[in-house]
Write a protein that binds this ligand. Structure first.
Ligand code: T4K
Length: 412
């Protein structure tokens, strides 16, 4: 599988089939099919079925929280949690996150106020949060980017000083810890994503976890139209429920959790080794003293020190069928509707602007073997060793086709 010359320079692509970032990891197929057969036999397909209940109690035990409410996806989970906490006016969050975090606020006519990031962790910078607080601010929505937990102590300190509520988008952070405490127990509540591309997959799904009894009661009503029993609606609600088939997938994924972490960790090490020592190229580090799911192989490309910039490396990899991604470029503040609603937001986000242009994510998980990771590193090394040739080849690819020679009298 040795591959030295990059495809942008005319060689054949290293991989015939695309290598995706976010290729789902699958647990034991037979176990999943057995669970699906059982649920079909029971004819209990949704609405608080036995698999959803089992899934919720396993998640709560693993995370160490009192309540887990399984939900249809994390975006709806964020919307429910924001509403259940009574947030309004303005809520501060990082711009460097998946767009769903901001949309969950804007959807409810709450203004997302974008804070800058800490370049060392890619998480929101607590000092930047404090500078953005106004009389309209009601809460802080932290995001545990790449499963490395936010500085929860500093964020919650800011919140205490200004009487704000705190919740966390923990979409990336299932199975991750900070100072030995698992993601899920911080703030008023935390929201996990169990989307197909996430470390733990339910096909589509998520969970809201909390230690607050009253909040959990409210959220249970809100995710099921406000029903408190047959024919008894006592609250405003939506349909945020998880189905039994999604819980079957989630339970099966939970059974394989340690195996998937081991694969991700092996790949992360292979990438770190393979890209080690390259000027301007660094693969982010996970603290070995904490728990992490190693779901993201995040490469930072410093354009002042590396021979090629991030976009050039992405183009090199795409030519090989390695579909590296630029998460979360260009930052929420540069996407609609925020770009139009808050045209000056970038002025307060210099670190986000700089770092978002440097990040590329490489494929990992079950679809990537150690050898595949090594080939990807070899390609990157080979491209970085001949930057002039690579740039020239990329420029030729991007150049508009030469105008066809049309006889003068044929032009209108
Ligand atoms: N907060 C944060 C911080 C998040 O990252 C997310 C989701 C959320 C909140 C909201 O959670 P959910 O409401 O989704 O539960 C993907 C996911 O759709 C999204 O869940 C995820 N973050 C985000 C980071 O990535 P895209 O637009 O990148 O998806 P897409 O379709 O390009 O898929 C990624 C790659 O995975 C593709 O190249 C193909 C591959 N793939 C995907 C699926 C779904 C497969 O090979 N098989 C599949 O089944 O958003």
């Amino acid at each position: 599988m040795s591959k030295k010359q990059p495809a942008v320079l005319g060689a054949a692509p290293a991989f015939h089939a695309p290598l995706h970032v976010g290729r789902p990891n699958l647990g034991d197929r037979q176990k999943l099919l057995d669970r699906i057969n059982d649920l079909l036999d029971r004819r209990w397909l949704s609405n608080d079925g036995p698999l959803v209940r089992e899934f919720e109690s396993r998640i709560a035990a693993l995370v160490g929280v009192k309540h887990c409410m399984a939900i249809c996806n994390a975006t709806v989970g964020l919307e429910l949690a924001i509403r259940a906490l009574g947030l309004e006016g303005e809520v501060i969050l990082p711009s460097y996150t998946f767009i769903a975090t901001a949309h969950a606020l804007q959807w409810q006519e709450i203004t997302p106020v974008f804070a800058d990031m800490d370049p060392a962790t890619h998480n929101v910078c607590p000092a930047s949060i404090e500078r953005l607080i106004t009389p309209r601010t009601t809460g802080i929505l932290g995001v545990h980017v790449w499963g490395r937990l936010c500085d929860t102590a500093a964020i919650e300190g800011v919140a205490r000083r200004h009487r704000l509520k705190v919740l966390y988008d923990a979409a990336h952070a299932f199975g991750c810890s900070r100072q030995g405490l698992m993601a899920g127990g911080f703030g008023a509540c935390e929201i996990f994503s169990f989307h197909a591309t996430k470390f733990l997959s339910c096909f589509e799904g998520g969970a809201i976890v909390t230690n607050d009894d009253a909040l959990a009661g409210k959220l249970r009503l809100m995710r099921n139209f406000g029903f408190a029993g047959y024919d008894r609606v006592i609250y405003l609600g939506v349909n945020g429920k998880m189905s039994e088939v999604c819980a079957a997938m989630g339970l099966t994924s939970l059974d394989s959790m340690d195996e998937i972490i081991a694969i991700n960790r092996r790949n992360h090490e292979a990438y770190r080794e393979g890209l080690g020592g390259l000027p301007g190229i660094s693969v982010i580090h996970y603290d070995p003293a904490e728990r992490n799911n190693y779901q993201y192989v995040v490469v930072e490309v410093d354009p002042d020190a590396a021979a090629l910039n991030r976009d050039e490396l992405v183009a090199v990899l795409h030519a090989e069928n390695v579909l590296a991604r630029k998460y979360f470029w260009p930052g929420c503040h540069r996407m609609e509707p925020y770009r139009s609603l808050q045209p000056n937001a970038h002025l307060l986000l210099p670190v986000t602007e700089r770092v978002a242009a440097r990040i590329l994510i490489l494929p990992t998980g079950q679809a990537v073997s150690r050898e595949t990771a090594q080939v990807i590193c070899e390609i990157m090394r080979a491209a970085l060793a001949q930057p002039q040739a690579v740039r020239k080849a990329l420029a030729m690819k991007c150049a508009p086709p030469a105008e066809p020679a049309v006889p003068r009298d044929a032009r209108s």
